[in-house]
Structures are given as structure tokens and as C-alpha cells.
Ligand binder design. Structure first.
Ligand code: DC
Length: 253
């Protein structure tokens, strides 16, 4: 769907900023992207920024345990984040890394970069700039706004967002979803293989962001018993309730 064609969005008037956080396997990325598409706003995957930073450091031979070298490398990273929900590509130094940043190598290494406080401060600066840009008429969304998702968007990056949502799911549901994503099945062996990646990574990431319990003013959506479509609808419902605006329907009716 084009951002230009949704009459509900055209009627919004002021920009809509939606912040969505959640742990691995909560469905956060695919749901946030679909919600952005339906609302006709931009989409920012902040996890992809930490992944791109990890790719860049490994590519340059930076030792990920050397915090100073990592933060120096990230400060000069030529990162271009795609914010079109229909095609959110990621480029670093002219290379399309959209697929390379999803490999097991990057998934295993990324927490070392994401727990570096200098890196966090630099990437948060870029994230705030990307969100603020979408409030302006000349931006990708034409000033309609953005859905930004990650681990610290509701609390640190955009605590002033119009709607703030924590998307959770039971550990069982999260492991099954990730196993299906990574291994194409959710049998016992696939779930066991996914366990370290999901739970260890969330444990490491919890040291620097709080994304298991909703902060004040943040609405929890538990997707454990919801399918993909139902989760998208639940998120759209919260946005409508919290932001108090007509979403996804023709306001003229
Ligand atoms: O959501 P993801 O799996 O693509 O995130 C990649 C890593 O980045 C993961 O270790 C969590 C971390 N992250 C973060 O610390 N803060 C964010 N806002 C987004 C992701």
C-alpha cells in the first residue's frame, strides 16, 4: 500500500509516532512492519541497526570484545536504513546487507555490540533523528509518521511517542516461532537449537534495556494465543485507543 493512498492516514493531520518493544520471537518486527504498512507511515527496525553495526565491525576485523574499537567503528559506519515498510532494505557502505545481517553468525554476535553503551548512544541518536524526520512534510511518509520497534523505543528512544506498546508472548510461543523462522519447523530438536539463541540473547540484552515488563504508560499486547493477523489487529486497536485517532477506516463514513 502506498503512503499516499490511504484516506484514513491522509485525514490524520498531525504525525503519528508509534513505539513497539519486545523480546526475540514476539513477532515484533513482522507485526510492526505490517502495522506501518497499513497506517501508511514509515517503519524503523532498530534491531537491524545493531545487526548492521555488528556486520560492519566483523567486516573490518574489529574485535567485538574491544569496546573502544567497536564504538569508534560504529561512529563512522556509513549506514543507510530503508524505512519503507514495503521494502525496508539496509545498506552499509553501499552494500545491501539486508540478508547478511540475519545470519546465525550475526545473531550470535550482536549482543556484544548492542550492550556497548557508546554504540547505544550513537545508534539512539540516529534513531531519534529518523523518527523526528518523519514528522516533517518533506520526509518519506510525508509527515504522517513512523512505527519504530526495538527493545528501548518505548522507554528511552521515543518515550513521547503517541502510542507505546510492549509486544510479548510466552517463552514457549517465542521459541516455537523462532524455530519455525530459522529451521522451517517447530519440532523438539529445532526448538532446542533455538533456545540458546533466543534466551541467552534476551538475557544479555536485558542488562541494558528493560523489555519484559511494560513501563508506565506502555500498553502490553500478549500475542501468545494470537495468530499474525490477530496480533496486527490488536496492535492497531491499541493505537486507535491510545492515540485517539481513526486508524484503518475511512473517517468520512
Ligand atoms: O530485534 P533483533 O533480534 O533484530 O535485535 C538485534 C539485537 O539488537 C538484539 O540483541 C537486541 C538488540 N537491540 C537493542 O539492544 N535495542 C534495540 N532498540 C533493538 C535491538
Amino acid at each position: 500500500m502506498s503512503a499516499d493512498r490511504d484516506p484514513a492516514v491522509a485525514a490524520l493531520g498531525s504525525p503519528l509516532v508509534v513505539a513497539i518493544d519486545g523480546p526475540s520471537g514476539s513477532g515484533k518486527s513482522s507485526v510492526s512492519r505490517a502495522v506501518a504498512g497499513r497506517l501508511g507511515v514509515a517503519y524503523l527496525d532498530t534491531g537491524a541497526m545493531y545487526r548492521a553495526a555488528t556486520w560492519w565491525c566483523l567486516r573490518r576485523g574489529v574485535d567485538l570484545t574491544d569496546a573502544d574499537s567497536v564504538s569508534r567503528a560504529v561512529r563512522v559506519m556509513p549506514l543507510v536504513m530503508g524505512i519503507d515498510p514495503a521494502a525496508p532494505g539496509v545498506h552499509v557502505d553501499g552494500t545491501d546487507v539486508s540478508e547478511a545481517i540475519r545470519t546465525t553468525e550475526i545473531s550470535t554476535a550482536v549482543s556484544a555490540v548492542a550492550t556497548n553503551l557508546d554504540v547505544r548512544s550513537e545508534l539512539r541518536r540516529l534513531q531519534r533523528a529518523a523518527i523526528d524526520a518523519e514528522r516533517e512534510p518533506g520526509s518519506f511518509s510525508g509527515g504522517r509518521g513512523i512505527v519504530a520497534e526495538g527493545r528501548d523505543i518505548t522507554t528511552v528512544v521515543a518515550p513521547d511517542a503517541d502510542a507505546r506498546i510492549l509486544l510479548t508472548a510466552s517463552e514457549e510461543a517465542r521459541l516455537a516461532r523462532r524455530a519455525l523462522d530459522v529451521h522451517g519447523e517447530a519440532g523438539e530438536a529445532a526448538v532446542a537449537a533455538t533456545r540458546d539463541q533466543v534466551l541467552r540473547r534476551d538475557r544479555d540484552d536485558s542488562a541494558v534495556s528493560q523489555f519484559h515488563v511494560a513501563a508506565d504508560g506502555v500498553v502490553t499486547v500478549d500475542s501468545s494465543d494470537l495468530d499474525y493477523e490477530q496480533t496486527i489487529q490488536a496492535v492497531l486497536d491499541v493505537i486507535e485507543q491510545v492515540a485517539g485517532r481513526p486508524q484503518g477506516a475511512d473517517p468520512a463514513r
